[in-house]
Structures are given as C-alpha cells and as structure tokens.
Design a protein around this ligand. Structure first.
Ligand SMILES: Cc1ncc(COP(=O)(O)O)c(C=O)c1O
Length: 357
C-alpha cells in the first residue's frame, strides 16, 4: 500500500458521524448512503485557496470583468476538456451555472414542451425522474436486457412517443457504467434519426476507474455536438457539492439562443468560494484526484469480496466509474419496502474506516 499524503485512508467514523450535511446529518436515517458526497478530506490545494479568501477577507464582488462576466472556472472548462479528453468545446458556448441539475432543467425547459417524451436510462439518479415528472414531460425509458441497455427496445418505445430530448447520465449514476465509443455512437445515431437533443450530464467524468476512459459525448463530432448540451462540474470528483457551481456547454444553437435571450440576472451569478475551489481543483488538484481514484478502485474490489463473504445474495457489478455502489438486493426477498429492513437491521460500522460515499 502506498503512503497516504492526503489522509484518504485514515477516516475517523466519529468525525464523519458528527457531520451536519445531508449524508451524515439526516434524520431519521443514521446515514444516507445515496448522497453522492465522498468522505475524504478535500484536496489541500482547495482548502488553501478557500482559506486565502478568508484570510484576506475577500467576500466582496469578484473582479471577473463585470458582474455577469464568465467566471475564471468557466474559462478553464474548455482547456481542461482539451487536455484531459481531447475535446475542444467552443468557449463562446460555455455558461456558468449554479448546479448541474439547474443546467439539465434549463435545457428541458427550453428544448422541449410539456407532454414531450424524454429518454432516460433506467435505473436513474432520481432527480432526473423528478425533472421529467415535475416538468410534465413523459419518461421514455432505456431498459436493460441481460445486463446491457436495450436500444432495440428503445427504438420500439420511441415510435409515437413524441420524444424531443434525451438525458444522458455519462458516466452513469447509479450503475457506474462508462459508455464506450460504440454505445455512444449508437445513442448519437438514434438521437439524430429521432431528432432528439441530448443533455449529457458529465458530472462524474473525472471519476473513471483504471481500465476505462471517458469520451465526452460532444467530442463524437460536429453533428453530434450541434444536438447536444453538456453539463459538468468539479463537484463530484473534488467533493465540492455544497459550494454550488457548474458549467454548461451548449453545442445546440437553440440552447445558446435560449440562454442568451434570458434577461440579465435571471440565472444569477456564481459564488466566489465555489469558483475559487473549482479553479484550484482544475489547476492543482489532479494528484489528489489520482490518489482518490486509487482508493476508490481498491474499495470497489473490496466490496466485491465483502459481499461474497457476508451477503452472497446481493448482486454487484463492478462499476467502471464513480464511487457509488449499486447493489441488487432482489434475491434477498425483502418485500415492497426493503428500506425498512435496512433501517431496522442495518449494522452501524464500528471503529475507523477507509470508506467513501
Ligand atoms: C449524475 C448526477 N447529476 C447531477 C448531480 C447533482 O449535481 P448538482 O448538485 O450540481 O445539481 C448528481 C449528484 O449526485 C449526480 O450524481
């Protein structure tokens, strides 16, 4: 085992339990494992940058070239994508957002109408289902067949579904599935044939396990980009979800026009702390991120062993991305509300742990 310069392997369970956020502080559940926060301490480079703001008492309006000028974090998005993934987003199509779901909902609002179908892989991160439901759109599910997404079935469902958009969770939460080029090309081809705009949520793209690679959806080509909106942030990979900042790249002309036509101030402006943290993450945080991926990689394998030993009825497919574990408990036969059983019989971990979100 390598050394632990970032304190990723020595988490204190009592410190975690004392946290006040949604994951550890929620009642009545002792621990909300579904909340996608990591338990690792934040990268020192981020903590230092935030501390500098506090030490210099710099809580006033930032000097970014005007109150609604693009933030320094948004300016870094294109170069970071080019460096990490060989994708060159158009800087003129990049917009600051407060969070990723805001970007997803703005895209649904402007690129579809009530009653329209929205394609979504199932199972899904539940706010996507909530988006479709609350915004009066209709779910067009991509279901699974023998452990793989069934696009033939989707084609049948798309006939007459009136679908106009596709929310692509890429990589996929909760499955940890990394869409490879052939699958992305199939998605792009279906989207093109059915005239769908793809809203690609790439928030987990920096959390790819060894052996896999992230391919930004818009990088497939100019035609694909023209019918895509990409939303991303540093918040998952660098554990900054509470700071609230995200970025949207509108490959779709319609989305650019929609966002530019909004009255000034409509979307607000980003928080200085969030932007500072993101700039620190994206300019100096990759060594920390590599160390995190090493531990998460070990943990996903450890979980396979633990389940085989203690809960052999639970199916778990090794995720290729994210720190989330999607456990199939069907065979445990826990009835209609398995959460009650987990709450009643769930073991509270003891002592120290090197766990994650
Ligand atoms: C796939 C995905 N999209 C969006 C979000 C939420 O992002 P935000 O808090 O920026 O809206 C999460 C959080 O877990 C997520 O997993």
């Amino acid at each position: 085992m390598s050394s632990d310069p970032f304190g990723l392997r020595s988490l204190d369970i009592d410190e975690l339990r004392a946290k006040r956020g949604a994951k550890w502080g929620a009642n009545p559940v002792p621990y909300s494992a579904w909340v996608a926060d990591m338990d690792f301490p934040v990268a020192p480079v981020i903590a230092d940058a935030l501390r500098e703001i506090i030490d210099r008492n710099e809580f006033g309006y930032p000097n970014w070239g005007g109150p609604f000028a693009m933030s320094p974090a948004a300016k870094l998005f294109a170069p970071r994508m080019a460096e990490r993934y060989g994708w060159e987003p158009d800087p003129d199509r990049v917009f600051d957002m407060i969070d990723v779901i805001q970007g997803v909902r703005a895209a649904i609002q402007h690129l579809s109408s009530p009653g329209d179908g929205v394609v979504l892989h199932l199972p899904s991160y539940f706010p996507f289902l909530g988006t479709i439901d609350e915004m009066g759109r209709a779910l067009v599910p991509v279901t699974q067949q023998d452990g793989a997404f069934d696009y033939d079935d989707l084609e049948v469902r798309l006939a007459g579904a009136g679908a106009t958009t596709w929310i692509l969770c890429h990589p996929h939460n909760p499955l940890g599935h990394v869409f490879e080029r052939a699958e992305l090309e199939r998605i792009a081809e279906i989207a093109q044939r059915h005239d769908l705009i793809v809203i690609s949520d790439e928030i987990h793209s920096d959390l790819i396990m060894p052996g896999s690679a992230h391919i930004p959806f818009e990088s497939l080509g100019a035609d694909v980009s023209a019918r895509t909106v990409t939303v991303a942030s540093a918040s998952k990979a660098f554990n900054l979800a509470g700071l609230r900042w995200a970025v949207l790249h509108a490959g779709s002309d319609r989305m650019v026009e929609a966002l530019r036509s909004l009255p000034g101030h409509y979307l607000g402006a980003p928080n200085v702390m969030a932007v500072t943290a993101t700039v620190a993450a994206w300019t100096g945080g990759d060594e920390w991120l590599d160390a995190v991926i090493e531990v998460v990689d070990e943990n996903r394998h450890a979980l396979t062993g633990l389940l085989a030993e203690h809960l052999p009825g639970v199916a778990y497919e090794l995720p290729s991305a994210t720190y989330l574990a999607w456990l199939d408990c069907t065979a445990l036969d826990l009835g209609d509300d398995p959460s009650t059983t987990f709450r009643q019989r769930g073991m509270r971990p003891a002592g120290r742990t090197a766990g994650q979100g």
